[in-house]
Write a protein that binds this ligand. Structure first.
Ligand code: CP3
Length: 384
């Protein structure tokens, strides 16, 4: 992909995109050629291989609940941090230095790639993200750019190189990530967060041709972004479709979202690294979500055993503690962690995580106890 090409996926690509063989020598050989089994618990679990104990990391593990993060954030805005590779790498490592986590996630956000596409994004104080020139008409889709990630988000790619270099000697894999097309489209059309998703759904239902062009452009841009993150040193990738299940029913998912997520997974397969597909509120059609590919990240609304019954026991799953449990006293938190581990029953292919991101009110001690307890307790469950 070069320059400002329209970047549209045509129907042929949407229906038959095939992964290219991985040939880039710059990528770590363990990731590209898979000559031997990975050593880290997290990467082993991503491939369904046996582990000594359950790997654990937390979505939004770097952030406002940590004093170290707040200290940096007092001096820089969120976008300044994301656009300064040294700061983003430093924050990526903060939770790794504080807790015994099994994976790091690059400090970034799902929304900045929209800036490269021509959207005016601001993280407004106390309001969350705002897009000042939101998509209102089909024409607004046609003027969106589709620049390569090297042009649009070079700071995040550089931050990945820096963080991966620090983490490699410590044996901790780094996760790269991107927003899924629907979740990004919802911000682009709503102009910010939403509880009803009425604008994005009205656009999707009223302008199906423009919807297709919008989703295809997002697939092109996000696929390149994810592939470049793997090239820069991300050992795994995660796609965040945080809002799709809160907005859409099964038929709408199948018609307006699933083909694009499938195409995205097929394109990203060429990166040669595991890809976690996270969504919330999608229990009712989790099989349709799982059909897109790879590891399924699930929320807390149903027990893990139920999710495995739905998608097949051989599929790796990431999840699924309610993040609100981290706000509860240890007795209750421990009880809920036990519930998740008993549901996983020591099977390989379980990555312990929350069902959504860490709340900023979370006590740091609860995170520490949670991470240590998952390791200790899962040794017992695994060897039983
Ligand atoms: O997981 C990590 O540690 C990596 C960092 C990360 C951030 N955002 C940093 C961030 C990740 C993975 C994200 C993803 C993200 N961003 C998602 C998908 C995951 C999810 O939680 O559903 C979404 C929907 C966003 C969009 C976004 N970014 C919102 C709605 C907000 C404002 C709400 C809030 O929590 O403040 C952000 C800002 C944001 N992204 C912060 C952080 C640490 C808070 C920024 C601050 O310091 O003020």
């Amino acid at each position: 992909m070069t320059g400002n090409q329209p970047g549209l996926l045509d129907d042929r690509l949407l229906s038959r995109a095939k992964p290219e063989p991985a040939t880039d020598d710059r990528r770590p050989s363990s990731v590209v050629r898979r000559p031997s089994e990975p050593q880290s618990r997290f990467l082993r679990a991503c491939r369904g291989l046996p582990v000594d104990c359950t790997p654990v990391w937390l979505m939004r593990q770097a952030g406002r609940y940590m004093a170290e993060y707040q200290a940096v954030r007092a001096r820089y805005s969120l976008l300044e941090i994301i656009n300064t590779p040294e700061l983003a790498a430093e924050i990526t490592l903060q939770p790794i230095n504080a807790f015994d986590l099994d994976a790091a996630i690059i400090f970034a956000d799902i929304l900045p790639p929209l800036i490269g596409m021509g959207l005016k994004l601001e993280f407004a104080q106390g309001e969350g993200p705002v897009i000042h020139n939101r998509i209102e008409r089909p024409y607004d889709v046609d003027v969106l750019a589709a620049p390569p990630a090297q042009e649009a988000t070079p700071a995040t790619l550089k931050a990945i190189e820096l963080a991966a270099a620090e983490l490699k000697p410590r044996g901790i894999p780094l996760i790269g990530f991107a927003g899924a097309p629907f979740t990004l489209a919802s911000y682009a059309v709503e102009g910010g967060g939403s509880t009803t998703y009425r604008r994005v759904k009205a656009f999707m239902l009223s302008e199906p041709a423009a919807w297709k062009r919008l989703m295809s452009k997002l697939v092109t841009v996000q696929a390149d972004y994810l592939i470049q993150q793997a090239r820069a040193g991300a050992a795994a990738l995660q796609l965040f479709d945080s809002w799709v299940g809160l907005a859409l029913g099964q038929e709408e998912y199948r018609r307006y979202v699933q083909p694009y997520n499938k195409a995205l997974f097929q394109l990203v397969a060429q990166a040669g690294v595991p890809v976690i597909h996270f969504s919330t509120g999608t229990a009712a059609y989790i099989r349709d979500v799982a059909a897109c590919g790879d590891i399924v990240g699930v929320d807390w609304r149903m027990p893990l055993e139920w999710y495995w019954e739905q998608i097949g026991a051989d599929r790796p799953i990431q999840g699924n503690l309610d993040p609100a449990a981290l706000l509860a006293p240890w007795r209750e938190l421990k009880h809920q962690v036990d519930g998740v581990l008993v549901g996983a029953n020591g099977r390989p292919g379980h990555i312990f995580n929350l069902g959504h991101g860490v709340f900023k009110e979370t006590p740091v001690d609860n995170v520490r106890r949670l991470v240590d307890y998952v390791h200790e307790k899962s040794v017992i469950v695994t060897t039983q």
